[in-house]
Design a protein around this ligand. Structure first.
Ligand SMILES: [Zn+2]
Length: 219
């Protein structure tokens, strides 16, 4: 194993533990993947993160949809949408998926997140869409996720959870935490009369100010 691969595996394990410590993980439902050349490194299926080590991280060829993998443990059951996103989104090198409470609550009601806060701009546009429902782990769910993620770096998954993308694991994780925060704020605003939605111009202004901002936040 090269030094570069070992470093990515170590970071992936650390980021999985961060999913727990940040409170956005529920049980072992969260998973993380990262691009390594033509491969995807991905957290293994149903493994508690405090017991995970770098050699348990599964490796899957980005162009092999057969389910073949290398590693002592099977990749996450959601490997298909991780693989499809890394294959079809060259702007992304890392994918975070989890079922955090507020994102999932909105996803259960199949609501997109509107421009209720300027931070929506961190996800590439004026909203974060909610993908339609398909059974977890299926190719159909991968297709729905790709569609919902068009021109965006996040989406909700109906009756399931959320996905974020990033140029790095740090950035994808930062977006996951920000997405759960905005989901909570939107949910709470719905309890007191509903949000005032920002204009497209206001979001465009916020997006301009975002260049470089996210990376600073992840330090
Ligand atoms: Zn899931």
């Amino acid at each position: 194993m090269t030094k570069a691969e070992k470093a990515l595996r170590d970071e992936l394990v650390a980021r999985c533990r961060e999913l727990n410590s940040s409170g956005i993980n529920q049980g072992t439902s969260g998973n993380i993947s990262v691009r390594f050349g033509d491969l995807m490194l991905i957290s293994p299926s149903a493994t508690p993160y405090d017991e995970m080590t770098a050699d348990m991280v599964a490796s899957v060829a980005l162009d092999d949809t057969s389910g073949a993998y290398e590693g002592p443990l099977k990749p996450s059951t959601e490997w298909r949408f991780h693989q499809k996103l890394l294959r079809e989104r060259p702007d992304a090198n890392a994918v975070v998926h989890a079922h955090p409470t507020y994102c999932t609550t909105l996803a259960i009601t199949r609501r997109p997140i509107p421009a209720c806060h300027y931070m929506i701009a961190a996800f590439g546009g004026t909203d974060v869409r909610c993908a339609g429902y398909a059974t977890f782990g299926t190719e159909e769910l991968s297709i729905l996720a790709i569609e919902a993620m068009k021109d965006r770096t996040a989406c909700l998954l109906a009756n399931h959870g959320m996905i974020t993308l990033g140029e790095s694991m740090a950035k994808a994780m930062w977006r996951a935490i920000e997405l759960e925060a905005i989901a909570k704020q939107y949910y709470l605003s719905l309890q007191i009369g509903g949000p005032i939605i920002l204009s497209n111009d206001a979001i465009a202004e916020a997006m301009k100010s975002f260049s470089g901002y996210g990376l600073q936040e992840t330090k």
